[in-house]
Design a binder for this molecule. Structure first.
Ligand code: TXA
Ligand code: MG
Length: 325
């Protein structure tokens, strides 16, 4: 915990006066505003360059507040909240009257979560209300996992950056549609599918990456400036060499199972030692490739188990078709 009590009080004051505060969470940094202040919520969309129809997550200080923000809490949602909060799980539920439509992009449902980070938990306790926060990056770009990433990404557009050190998990929360009796995963993330299924006692549907399920999930998202290509592990060396010979500056990102792969042609190679380290480092590596001037990232997916499912989802989106404008 890097922020001091005075920082937390300052951040709560900024939120109360309708300002924007970057908040550390266990997943990624968020760009926070008072959820009940529609003008402040609208500013988030301006700063991010995000279309106003894309809904935000409301962050709460504890599970006890859930009933204040949603219309109804089905039994399965209560079970998941009890097991995984505070933590990297977001539940989509029916919107309560406290949630302005600005925060939900006009939807009658709302996404809520209780983050597990000591600095932001202290802020939420001091502030008392809900904080709407998308990831603190410009629309479509790589999410920030350090306070410096936020400053580099948003500069003066954010009123205060609360520094909570590097994010532990590194990929966003798992989003579960819990409005009905049959929950489904809308976005894989920090809570694994296996852990959710163990608690629910049944399999959970997961969307295929190619289908756009909810607003705000375009094919190209979480993307660095460099183009990202996904290849089989055994083709990485050849692909990187070919690209370098034709004049590209190449970044290489490999799963832990590829440790020891002799990649020579590269500007930077990253081979995290575990799936958790891959998730924690993923966005930092993508940012670093950009900073080193790479114009191409050759990456291999991890197996889609545990956190590997979320990593593969983000890399597929990073490699997805980019807007041509
Ligand atoms: O880990 C996280 O979830 C981070 C930290 C800051 O909490 N936040 C985050 O927010 O990733 P954002 O805005 O980058 O992504 C939120 C996702 C979007 O894909 C949005 O479409 C979805 O949540 N979402 C929000 N409200 C929804 C709703 N009512 N129904 C379906 N999807 C919703
Ligand atoms: Mg985001």
């Amino acid at each position: 915990m890097t922020a001091r009590t005075s920082d937390i009080e300052k951040a709560a004051g900024v939120l109360r006066s309708g300002g924007l505060v970057a908040i550390p969470t266990e997943t990624v940094y968020g760009l926070g505003a008072d959820a009940e202040n529609p003008a402040a919520v609208s500013r988030i969309f301006q700063v991010k360059g995000r279309p106003p129809s894309h809904p935000l997550i409301v962050h709460l200080g504890g599970s006890a507040q859930l009933d204040d923000w949603v219309e109804e809490v089905p039994t399965t949602a209560r079970l998941l909240a009890e097991h995984f909060w505070p933590g990297p799980l977001t539940l989509v539920l029916r919107r309560g009257p406290r949630v302005p439509l600005e925060a939900t992009g006009g939807l009658e449902t709302v996404a809520v979560r209780v983050p597990d980070h000591p600095v932001t938990r202290a802020l939420l306790a001091d502030f008392g209300g809900g904080v709407t926060a998308p990831s603190a990056n410009r629309f479509g770009q790589v999410s920030p996992t350090t306070a410096n990433d936020v400053r580099a990404e948003l500069g003066d557009a954010v009123d205060f950056v609360l520094d909570g050190g590097p994010c532990e998990v590194g990929v966003e929360s798992t989003i579960v549609d819990a409005t009905g009796g049959n929950p489904s995963i809308l976005r894989p993330g920090g809570v694994t599918r296996e852990d959710l299924e163990a608690v629910l006692g049944r399999p959970l549907p997961v969307p295929s990456t190619s289908r756009v399920r909810v607003p705000g999930q375009h094919p190209s998202h979480y993307a660095p400036r460099a183009r990202v290509v996904l290849v089989e592990p055994e083709k990485v060396v050849a692909e990187a060499e070919l690209a370098q010979e034709s004049g590209h500056r190449v970044g290489v990102l490999l799963p832990p199972s590829c440790a020891g792969t002799p990649v020579k042609a590269h500007t930077k190679v990253a081979v995290p030692g575990s799936t958790a380290a891959y998730a924690r480092g993923l966005y930092g590596f993508l940012r670093e490739f950009d900073q080193r001037g790479c114009d191409l990232v050759v990456a291999s997916l991890p197996t889609e188990e545990g956190l590997g499912l979320a990593i593969a989802n983000r890399l597929r989106r990073a490699a997805g078709p980019r807007p041509t404008a």
